[in-house]
Design a binder for this molecule. Structure first.
Ligand SMILES: *Cc1c(COP(=O)(O)O)cnc(C)c1O
Length: 433
């Protein structure tokens, strides 16, 4: 064969692949993978062996999944493009039309919208439990068609906690998986699967990445499944595969739930993360404990300082003895109380506005878990479309601000807050401005 044309060479000329073992995770930024042997193609499509296409499997993504499963004490993890994708995939893997979710009322607004506005259109309904420490309220909401119990480990926005061990007992008695959004706590502070929960989800955009550069999400499964109960309540896991091949329960055992999420939900609905984003999330995870320990220590110092200030009405930080769930926090969060919480200023929405505008070290944005400290006014942003009563029920008042405390020097954060509190309460300055 003669010398090939310029354009052919442009896409085909490459050095032989080096056999090397990089210490950092290589970024397999590729849509697909070559089949080295002819038979590999059939083996991949038949038995799912090897790599073929990044939506189905990618070594960079799998490295991060492996780490996340190990850190959560789970069996397997599934990395997805965003936290919303993780919640959607986890729920769609368990629920079908006509079924029902019992959820904590104290959850991320994006999750509430998904349950209330999107899954409802697919015939999946949700009952929200407000008093999440009342196990009787959870029990009373469970119906024959309930297939998921859902809660956050540390809630958005008011830091409400559930008694994970006790709620997991309720779930187990009914054979219903307990799904926990562990975004605010991270596996460094609490590992719900080790306390009996069945599935953990994350927005890896937040603490796990930590740098605020990329979005991502994850589903982590305990791998614990009672096969008889699962076959009865989740018949899709027991159904034979295409062409009469073994069912997921036969093929994957305790991992049938996450295998279904991976093969039948994520692969079809398609929220695959970019391998580059997976790499960046993996880089973040390597410093997770250092950041979360520092952020938790900073948050405690800031919350303790804020609670004594005359301009501050209340501080909803679970690390403070005044918080209604402090008792659970002391028992279940021995390594720190997290770093996202709300404070409510005496005054109104204008007081909150002057406060936000006066802050210099805190960044005004809708994000959390970043190395930088962030602030947001929920009543006019994330919670703007709720009624006053709905907002009050989740602890969002006109003077409420949500802060996410970063790794800066605590003294600088407190100085910044002191200056902003003074500016916010100085109405004469605001009138002149
Ligand atoms: C941000 C967040 C989500 C959604 O995650 P995205 O990555 O933004 O899609 C879900 N749950 C909680 C608790 C969050 O903070």
């Amino acid at each position: 064969m003669g010398r090939r044309g310029f354009t052919t060479r442009q896409v085909h000329e490459r050095a032989p692949q080096a056999a090397a073992t990089p210490r950092a995770t290589p970024i397999y930024l590729t849509a697909g993978f070559e089949f080295d042997e002819y038979e590999q193609a059939a083996a991949h499509f038949g038995q799912g062996e090897g790599y073929a296409y990044t939506r189905i499997g990618n070594p960079t993504i799998e490295t991060v999944e492996h780490t996340l499963a190990a850190l959560e004490g789970g069996s397997q993890a599934l990395l997805l493009a965003t936290g919303q994708a993780a919640t959607s995939v986890a729920l769609l893997a368990l629920l079908e039309s006509g079924q029902h979710v019992v959820s904590s009322a104290h959850i991320y607004e994006g999750t509430r919208g998904l349950l209330r506005d999107n899954l409802s259109r697919l015939g999946i309904t949700t009952t929200f439990v407000d008093d999440i420490r009342d196990l009787g309220a959870w029990e009373a909401a469970i119906r024959p068609e309930t297939r998921v119990l859902f809660a956050e480990s540390i809630s958005n926005a008011a830091n409400r906690l559930i008694d994970t061990t006790a709620l997991a007992d309720v779930a187990r008695r009914h054979g219903i998986p307990l799904v926990i959004d562990n975004t605010f706590a991270t596996p460094y502070l609490i590992r719900p699967l080790e306390l009996g929960a069945d599935v953990v989800i994350h927005s890896t955009s937040k603490f796990l990445a930590g740098h605020g550069s990329v979005l991502g999400g994850a589903v982590v499964d305990s791998g614990r499944l009672d096969p008889a109960r699962a076959a009865e309540l989740f018949p899709h896991l027991a159904a034979p595969g295409r062409g009469g091949t073994p069912s997921l329960l036969e093929r994957a055992g305790g991992d049938a739930r996450i295998a279904y999420a991976r093969e039948a939900v994520a692969a079809r609905f398609g929220p695959t993360p970019s391998p580059l984003n997976a790499f960046l999330i993996g880089q973040g995870i390597e410093t997770l404990s250092l950041r979360v320990a520092r952020q938790s220590a900073n948050a405690l110092a800031v919350a303790q300082w804020l609670q004594d200030r005359p301009e501050v009405e209340s501080v909803d930080y679970v690390g403070l003895p005044s918080h209604p769930d402090h008792d659970i926090a002391v028992r279940d969060l021995p390594d720190g109380f997290g770093s996202v919480f709300t404070l409510t200023l005496r005054g109104d929405a204008d007081t909150a506005r002057r406060f936000v505008e006066a802050l210099e070290v805190f960044t005004h944005m809708t994000h959390l878990g970043d190395v930088r400290s962030l602030v947001l006014h929920p009543a006019s942003t994330s919670h703007a479309f709720l009624s006053d009563a709905e907002r009050a029920a989740v602890g969002v008042h006109p003077g409420t601000l949500r802060v996410s405390i970063g790794i800066e020097d605590a003294a600088d954060l407190i100085d910044d807050l002191a200056h902003a509190l003074a500016a916010a309460s100085d109405v004469s300055v605001a009138v002149v401005a």
